[in-house]
Design a binder for this molecule. Structure first.
Ligand code: SF4
Ligand code: SF4
Length: 461
């Protein structure tokens, strides 16, 4: 019997868990991978909720202040000029996804994707309010009654509260915490902010409550291009067809080989627990989010039957064919090297990020001027941006022009995040200078940093 997986032709299979409403009633299961997903889910949710609540040096630890165009991330304050860093973050995220998907398959989808985490939270409420998958199916089929009405109200209220909290938390990355909560619940939020909170809340409610696997299957582009990253050594959730077939029910004590059966007892648990509503026994399908629920369900059955675990497992095409999965392979090495290179460039950019931004603007109409004493003057407008979160004082100096002096303040004070405009004039006796133009260097010194920029000094045209 051949192994029913072809990485290059990941299937789109008909849903097995469907019903008249085309709704998937996910059955609860427990096991190692469910625990793992619950723990990673909790850690990520707590991080998501807690980050905007944290204070750091008297300001919100993580705040993307769109009004002031300042983005605070702990000690780091970024301005629109620094947004190339954001591009690097996206590039690194993309390469991490390529690297981990080639190695471990869709672990992102199964354990860390917000769509999966929120869907499982919503399913948890559904299960605790409306009952098991079968009870929920019966409840949906039953005519409207007081009991059905109260259960539906309770479930949707819980979903709405979670969605609102999600919307509020998401927006508190952009608006000060806890003001955002106070204003929202006292109806003092601006219409724009209220609209944003409600928009993100309704997206959460729709995606995690109603759409669930539809988002993964029809809206998320990742499911479509994953096969390009998979190879025969990629870890996937797969059914061991050699061991499982011929599937069929049997008594617990009977010997399957006597009955001409494999280890699959056709209990259908793996299908009932699948949030994507697929049957993994039909081979790898692009709807599979690698959540491992079918592994836990099948392992429970195997234990009950006294069979070895792992009929469905995290494995690879190579391992299923009897070989050993190779970890170090050209695709993984290339993605790994590129990822390290991107991370190095990003770290270098981050650690050499300046806390001062200096722009020198010259008056293009009057490049130079001769004053009453016959000295040559050039005027420059300095635009200084203080990119720290504290008021800073900067010393202004210049070099490159002998016996010249500066008219204007030698030291200025700039508030945090302020763009300060300071005109300065440099004056020189040009008698001994033969050139028409000399390059000078204007310097700005804070207590910790120096920033300099070259600019021409015109003597004549
Ligand atoms: S087939 Fe298994 S791993 Fe894939 S989505 Fe369904 S339950 Fe999760
Ligand atoms: S859970 Fe395991 S034993 Fe039951 S149908 Fe699925 S593969 Fe077969």
């Amino acid at each position: 019997m051949t192994v029913n997986i072809n990485i290059k032709e990941i299937k789109i299979s008909p849903k097995k868990n469907d019903n008249d409403n085309n709704k998937i009633y996910v059955r609860a299961t427990s096991g190692l991978y469910q625990k793992l997903r619950r723990y990673t889910g909790w850690v990520l949710i707590l991080l998501f909720m807690a980050l905007p609540m944290l204070r750091w040096n008297n300001h919100q630890a993580v705040l993307f202040d769109l009004d002031k165009q300042q983005y605070h991330i702990f000690n780091l304050t970024l301005f629109p000029q620094d947004l190339t860093l954001l591009a690097w973050v996206f590039i690194i995220a993309a390469f991490s996804l390529f690297f981990f998907t080639t190695y471990l398959g869709r672990v992102w989808c199964g354990y860390t994707c917000p769509q999966t985490i929120w869907s499982f939270i919503f399913i948890w409420f559904e299960e605790h309010i409306e009952g098991s998958a079968n009870q929920r199916k019966c409840l949906d089929k039953a005519p409207w009654s007081k009991n059905k009405f109260s259960k539906k109200i309770a479930k949707h209220s819980a979903w709405i509260i979670i969605s609102l909290l999600t919307g509020l938390t998401f927006c508190s990355y952009f608006v000060l915490f806890p003001n955002i909560y106070i204003d929202f619940f006292t109806f003092n939020s601006s219409p724009t902010l209220t609209g944003c909170i409600l928009f993100f809340a309704s997206i959460t409610y729709m995606n995690a409550g109603w759409m669930r696997s539809i988002v993964c299957t029809h809206m998320c582009p990742y499911a479509r291009f994953q096969s390009a990253m998979f190879d025969e050594n990629t870890y996937i959730v797969a059914y061991d067809e050699k061991r499982g077939e011929q599937r069929g029910p049997r008594r617990r004590k009977s010997n399957p080989s006597d009955l001409g059966l494999g280890d699959c007892i056709a209990c259908e648990l793996c299908v009932q627990v699948c949030p994507a509503g697929i049957d993994i026994r039909e081979g790898l399908q692009y709807e599979c989010i690698n959540c491992g629920a079918c592994i836990d369900a099948c392992d429970t059955t195997m234990l009950k039957m006294n069979y070895p675990k792992g009929l469905i497992s995290y494995t690879s095409e190579t391992r299923l064919a009897g070989g050993e999965s190779q970890i170090l392979r050209p695709k993984i090495i290339s993605y790994g090297v590129l990822l390290i290179a991107m991370l190095s460039i990003f770290s270098l950019n981050l650690f050499t990020l300046s806390t001062i931004e200096l722009e020198i603007v010259r008056d293009r109409n009057t490049l130079y001027r001769e004053n009453n004493e016959g000295l040559i003057e050039n005027t420059y407008t300095l635009k200084i941006l203080n990119k720290t979160i504290e008021t800073q004082s900067y010393k202004i100096s210049f070099s490159g022009l002998k016996d010249a002096y500066l008219i204007g303040p030698k030291e200025i004070v700039v508030q945090a995040g302020e763009i300060f405009t300071q005109p300065i004039t440099i004056v020189v006796d040009a008698y001994a200078i033969k050139a028409k133009k000399v390059m000078i260097t204007i310097r700005l010194n804070s207590k910790t940093e120096e920033i300099k920029q070259d600019s021409p000094f015109f003597i004549s045209l």
